[in-house]
Design a protein around this ligand. Structure first.
Ligand code: ADP
Length: 180
């Protein structure tokens, strides 16, 4: 709809999209989701389904782990898998806000580039960055996977449900390597 100056009216956002691989969900992700909900009211966690990227957890498993973590936040956190362009997904859920987390300055180059590309594609889509909490700034899904699959304790890095799922993956991998 246009306003009296002929410009397209932009509605304020009350839904934010937090996209990522979440392979698997970590305490760093949980914190960003909770902080984003406190600001925007509703966060759609967009789980990237990219068959070209080899993941430890299937898309269904990643979605289920996040849903279980936020089961008590229905109406404030929804979890949806997506493929294709992020800006298309953002618009499909009636949002125009992308949330990304920044752990260190090393995250910034890539994140700034993605934000600029997304703005070129759809100028009304804005990217907001939330800085990681100090105690989470060393946590990444890939470090968590490495440590857990080698038998290390990741209980301070991930929610209990995710720690259990990682332990199960480790047992499965051990069983399949014994068979070989
Ligand atoms: P991607 O593959 O898209 O980077 P990730 O699942 O690794 O997906 O991360 C999703 C988002 O969460 C990214 O914005 C990333 O910077 C952020 N993130 C990852 N780990 C943390 C953390 N420990 N604290 C805060 N934000 C984080």
């Amino acid at each position: 709809m246009a306003n009296k100056n002929g410009k397209k009216r932009i509605h304020p956002a009350s839904v934010a999209v937090f996209p990522g691989s979440f392979d698997p969900l970590t305490n760093g992700h949980v914190d960003i989701i909770e902080r984003a909900v406190a600001i925007f009211g509703h966060v759609v966690v967009g789980v990237l389904d990219n068959p070209a990227k080899k993941s430890l957890f299937s898309e269904e498993e990643r979605v289920a782990l996040i849903k279980r973590q936020f089961a008590r936040c229905q109406g404030r956190v929804s979890v949806v898998s997506f493929s294709g362009l992020l800006v298309d997904f953002v618009q499909s859920v009636k949002s125009r806000v992308v949330i990304r987390g920044l752990r260190a300055i090393s995250d910034f180059d890539y994140e700034a580039q993605m934000a600029l590309i997304n703005r070129k594609l759809v100028p009304t889509v804005e990217t907001f960055f939330l800085t990681a909490r100090e105690e989470h700034s060393y946590i990444s899904s890939s470090v968590v996977k490495q440590v857990a699959l080698l038998g290390g304790d990741v209980s301070v890095m991930v929610p209990p449900g995710v720690a259990g799922a990682l332990a199960k993956k480790r047992r499965e991998k051990e069983a399949s390597s014994r068979k070989r």
